[in-house]
Design a protein around this ligand. Structure first.
Ligand code: FMN
Length: 225
């Protein structure tokens, strides 16, 4: 293809009528795994929808068990039904939340040519953390994280476990050395939380800060505190 033909196809794409993707401000991959903390994931998803993000959502089988246990939300196993359930729950726009199954290798998150440059795993089990640290890529969550690391995108993990074993800490160190942000689900108490929601918002507010999404769901040190 000649250079001028290539340039004209770029212009054509840019002036296309609004596609689903163009209707949203940004794309992000959110993976929810089977660590405790479903409420963080729900609040984060709610905030991403409010920020007009398009969300590619990946949920592990264990996450479905934890969701049911912790927040009584029965997450359907079928990706389409799960997309529908989340879309209704958060009153999201059509196409704003798309759930992909663990072996949907042809989904955009599976390749560096189309994956969002930002991904957050919230909450992140120590099992998924280990798999990501070792580049296992054995399911779509692990593969999507591997893609973001290799493409030098932004990957944030929100692990929850206590205490951490030496192995957990080694895995976290190795990921941190590759530029992955390790943000343990460890809310502060200096803002004098009055409710569990205040604690959840503390954590989710910090996640949004790292994702560069404007937020006022938590008080800021030195201003409101
Ligand atoms: C109710 C419940 C709570 C759990 N909490 C944690 C946790 O806080 N951290 C963790 O690493 N694993 C936790 N687990 C265990 C993981 O779900 C389990 O290791 C699972 O294999 C993780 O798989 P995944 O990484 O594919 O989601 C929990 C399991 C259940 C059922």
């Amino acid at each position: 293809m000649s250079t001028s033909a290539k340039n004209s196809s770029i212009k054509h794409l840019a002036s296309e009528p609004q596609s689903i993707e163009q209707a949203f401000s940004q794309k992000i991959t959110l993976a929810i795994t089977g660590a405790s903390g479903s409420a963080y994931a729900l609040r984060l998803l709610e905030c991403l929808v409010a920020a007009n993000y398009q969300v590619y959502l990946l949920c592990s089988s264990a996450a479905r068990v934890v969701f049911d246990t912790e927040v009584g939300f029965k997450l359907p196993a079928s990706p389409d039904a799960a997309s529908q359930a989340f879309t209704e729950k958060f009153n999201a726009k059509e196409g704003q939340i798309t759930v992909f199954g663990k072996e949907q290798w042809f989904s955009p998150v599976a390749s560096g040519s189309s994956a969002p440059k930002q991904m957050i795993v919230c909450p992140c089990s120590t099992g998924t953390l280990a798999a990501i640290a070792h580049g296992m890529s054995d399911n779509l969550i692990e593969r999507a994280a591997d893609v973001v690391i290799k493409e030098r995108g932004q990957l944030i993990l929100v692990p929850r476990e206590t205490p951490f074993s030496t192995l957990h800490l080694q895995n976290m160190l190795s990921l941190s050395q590759q530029g992955v942000v390790i943000m343990p689900a460890a809310p502060g108490f200096y803002h004098q939380p009055k409710s569990i929601n205040d604690l959840i918002d503390f954590m989710v507010g910090r996640m949004l800060d790292h994702l560069n999404i404007e937020q006022s769901i938590m008080p800021r040190w030195g201003y409101q505190i």
